[in-house]
Write a protein that binds this ligand. Sequence first.
Ligand code: SF4
Length: 224
Amino acid sequence: MTTYKINEFFETIQGEGQYTGTAAIFIRLQGCPVGCSWCDTKHTWNVDGDKEITLKNVIEKNSETEQWADANAEQLLSFIQSQGYRAKHVVITGGEPAMYDLVPLCDLLHKNGYSTQIETSGTFELKVPDLTWVTVSPKINMAGGYEVLANCMARANEIKHPIAREKHVEELEHLIAKAPIADNALIYLQPISQKVSATKLAIETCKDKNWRLSVQVHKYIGIS
Ligand code: SF4
């Protein structure tokens, strides 16, 4: 049976991309070998057997740790439902959630009235149902040496690309030329760290190319 290593889950508002403003339950899975130097969830990289805890311990965490709990789809859904969350949109993130077979979890969530979204680097084969909204934030030339896969780019409902400098825009254009996206896929540029120069570049590029701006609303309103 497929199980998932859960670093944390919580109810919040999605602050990025097409679902910005949507009440959402975030599930953060443990494990990522991609190696982005600026990663803000480095505590999810390693899967250390000594760090296993229970789902109850996960919900009680009050800081970011490498601890995780193992659960199958039914156990996870049941635990989420017991929290009294009201959101009906579930965002599966990481870490790199595409390291897991997400079909059993997403299918079960869909059957129980939830919509699902995955946020992935695009470097692992996706195992998600057709109904799942796929957000690819392509991680290009990172330390782990993983390539962004053409079939992930083609499956993406949206591309969300953090940028600070012109070279990040060029990287994305080069990638899309090599690995085309669907005609109806949306492209969001996200200024890194809310920097003024990055935001100006993103705005000008979005106007120029008819792309969209994603500003990480949660950081402006002070929620996680
Ligand atoms: S893919 Fe995501 S979780 Fe993995 S290192 Fe990069 S930013 Fe961090």
